[in-house]
Design a binder for this molecule. Sequence first.
Ligand code: PXG
Length: 296
Amino acid sequence: MKKEIEIYIDGVYYPQSEAKISVYDHGLLYGDGVFEGIRAYEGIVFKLHEHIERLYLSAHAIMMKIPISKEEMLKTVIKTLRKNKLSNAYIRLVVTRGVGDLGLDPRKCPKPTIIIIADSINLHSKGAKENGISTMISWVRRNPVDTTTHEIKSLNYLNSILAKIEATSTDVDEALCLDKNGWIVEGVGENLFIVKNGKIFTPPSSSGALEGITAKVVTRIAKNMGIEAYQTSITPFQLFSADEAFFTGTAMEMIPIREANKRIIGDGKPGPITKKLMDAFQKVIVDPNEGVPIYS
Ligand code: PXG
C-alpha cells in the first residue's frame, strides 16, 4: 500500500487521511482564500520565490494577512517536500481566511489557515505533448476584472470548472474562456499563446488572465531565441487562423493545441516554434538557477 503523504496544516503534519479543516473555515464556506500550484523537478522547486511572491500579492488583494513571513513559507514548503522524501512533486499551497462564523464577514476569522500538500502529479493524457490537445471556446465568460478576476489566484474557480465540464462532457480536452467583449482570455488554468508569422502572442492580464509564471518563463525563452513576443488581445478568428498554438501553466507545463472548436490549427501537429520552445522549457525546469533546491 502507498504510504500516506504528510500534509501541513497550521504548523502540524497530518497523514493524508487525517488532514482535515473545520467546516466553519471560510475557504470552504465562501471560497475565501488564495492558492498556488507549484512543481518540483529533480530536487529543484521551480520558481518557488515567484510563486510565494504571487501568493502574498493575492492575499494582499483580498486583504488577508498571512500569519507567517515569506521566508518561513518558503522553508515550510521545502520541509514538507523533505518530510515526504519527494524530488519530483506537485505542491498545492492554500491559505484560507480561516475559521469564522456563518456570516461572511472576514473580521470573524482571526487567523488564516495555511495548508501545504506535496504530492506527485500526472496530468497529461497519453500523447498530449506529442500530438497536441483539442480545445473549445466555452460559453462561460472569464470573470470580469472588477470581481473574482483570475489575476488574483483565489479559491473562486467555479468559472473555470464550468468551462472544464463543458469541454470534457463533449469529449474536448480543454476549454478557453472569453472576456465580456469576446476576446480570448486563457484556458481554465493555463495561459494561451498563438504563433503567427514566427512571432508569439498571448492575451494581457488586463483581460482578466492570471499573470502566469510559466508564461513569463516561456516568453523569456522565446525572446532569448530571437522570437518576438507580444501581449495582445486575441480574437477567436486569430486563434482559428494561427500557425500554431499552445498552453502554458504549472500543472499543464507546455502543451500544443491541435484544434479549437473543431478548426484544425496550422497543420494539426505541434509546430516548429512550439517544439523549439518545449525543448528549451524542458531544460529550464531542471536548471538549479531557476528554482530552490530541496536537499542542500
Ligand atoms: N491561468 C489560470 C487561471 C491559472 O489558474 C495559469 C493561468 C497558469 O499560471 P502558472 O503561473 O501556473 O504558469 C493558472 C495556474 C490545477 C492547477 O490544478 C491550475 C493552475 C496551477 C496549478 C494547478 O488545475 N493554474
